[in-house]
Design a protein around this ligand. Structure first.
Ligand SMILES: NC(=O)c1ccc[n+]([C@@H]2O[C@H](COP(=O)([O-])OP(=O)(O)OC[C@H]3O[C@@H](n4cnc5c(N)ncnc54)[C@H](OP(=O)(O)O)[C@@H]3O)[C@@H](O)[C@H]2O)c1
Ligand SMILES: *[C@@H]1O[C@H](CO)[C@@H](O)[C@H](O)[C@H]1NC(C)=O
Length: 309
């Protein structure tokens, strides 16, 4: 009897200890006050929410996206929430000159850079959410023009922006934050183009992290492996597909399980600030990211039957 009690107590204490250890990431909100932050893709979604949260913490932000009217509204709200400064560059990150203009503006306005948050996602050839409404296997629509453009907007631009910003980041011990998803670790059917980008970002930015470490540069690289997040675009796509289908359960359940926007943005900001190599949010993103470690038949079962939209 008493052995059972002591045993349970030991397990409980162990669990509590582990919980405390995991939740203590050493994040100091004050470290963001006055910090200079460039965030891409801030006219909606997670980028917009991160802009507001950095603003509340008293950062100086520079945001980008293509829609200037939205950026003006986000800048105004960020100032009202407490940003020390808020600027925008309206531009297409698929264009080299717009990437250059973004980092040049950061240099002029701030003189240094503490955070580069690479977040935008899009295509010049129509909205990605439209694509997600009409899911197709790659073999049914092997659109190479789309593929090349998608890599340019979402992969090449991330590398370009980081390369341009590195001199500024090196000066003050800066942070690079790269938005990714579990689709950067495992196959997710219908999104081969998106997986290509996220796998490649992991490859490039993991190499960059290693090289920066070896060269004793005080610049951290955080890769955020996210699950489904409840953004306005995700909600719109899910609503359309729920309306189209007879059996509604799948998409409705997915939307209900999607991570809240505010907590996702907070998890990414904390991860960047504490120089975490990777963050997984919500928690199930970690086991899903690792299913390729399972025997192949289990991996196939999960990829083909459980994770498919
Ligand atoms: N939402 C999710 O469930 C989820 C899950 C895992 C990972 N993620 C990742 O999290 C990040 C943010 O996702 P999100 O869902 O918040 O995206 P979102 O709501 O679709 O917003 C994308 C942002 O990128 C901007 N953008 C698109 N194309 C652009 C271009 N060519 N040049 C400059 N800006 C461009 C858009 O603004 P304009 O249209 O005004 O240019 C918009 O502000 C992405 O890296 C995504 O892969 C999201
Ligand atoms: C690295 O940069 C941070 C600022 O982000 C600074 O607090 C820290 O002291 C720096 N570390 C080294 C070893 O220079």
């Amino acid at each position: 009897m008493s052995r059972l009690v002591w045993g349970s107590l030991g397990v409980l204490l162990g669990a509590v200890g582990l919980g405390v250890y995991w939740s203590r990431d050493g994040f100091d909100p004050e470290s963001i006050r006055g910090a200079t932050v460039v965030i891409t893709g801030c006219s909606t979604g997670i980028g917009e929410e991160m802009a507001y949260q950095y603003a509340r913490l008293g950062a100086k932000i520079l945001i980008t996206a293509r829609r200037e009217n939205r950026l003006k509204e986000v800048v105004a709200k960020a100032m009202s929430l407490g940003a020390q400064e808020a600027h925008y560059v309206a531009g297409d990150m698929g264009k080299a000159e717009d990437c250059e203009r973004t980092i040049q503006t950061a240099r002029e306005k701030f003189g240094r850079l503490d955070y580069l948050v690479l977040n935008h996602v899009g295509s010049s050839l129509g909205s990605v959410s439209k694509l997600a409404e009409n899911l197709k296997f790659w073999e049914d629509n092997p659109d190479m023009d789309f593929f090349v453009d998608f890599l340019n907007v979402n992969l090449i631009s991330y590398v370009r922006l980081a390369s341009l910003a590195l001199p500024l980041l090196k000066e003050g011990g800066g942070h690079i934050v790269v938005m990714s998803s579990f689709g950067g670790r495992i196959p997710t059917m219908y999104f081969s183009y998106g997986n290509t980008v996220k796998f490649a970002l992991d490859g490039f930015f993991s190499c960059l992290r290693a090289e920066l470490k070896k060269a004793d540069r005080n610049v951290s690289v955080t890769i955020a492996m996210l699950g489904l997040v409840h953004t306005p675009n995700v909600e719109a796509v899910m609503k359309v597909s729920i309306q189209k289908r007879e059996e509604k359960t799948g998409d409705e359940a997915a939307l209900a399980m999607a991570a809240p926007l505010d907590q996702t943005a907070q998890a990414v900001i904390r991860g960047g600030a504490t120089r975490a190599r990777e963050i997984y949010y919500p928690f199930y993103s970690w086991p899903i990211s690792n299913i390729r470690r399972l025997p192949a038949f289990l991996e196939d079962y999960l990829v083909l039957n459980v994770l498919a939209p």
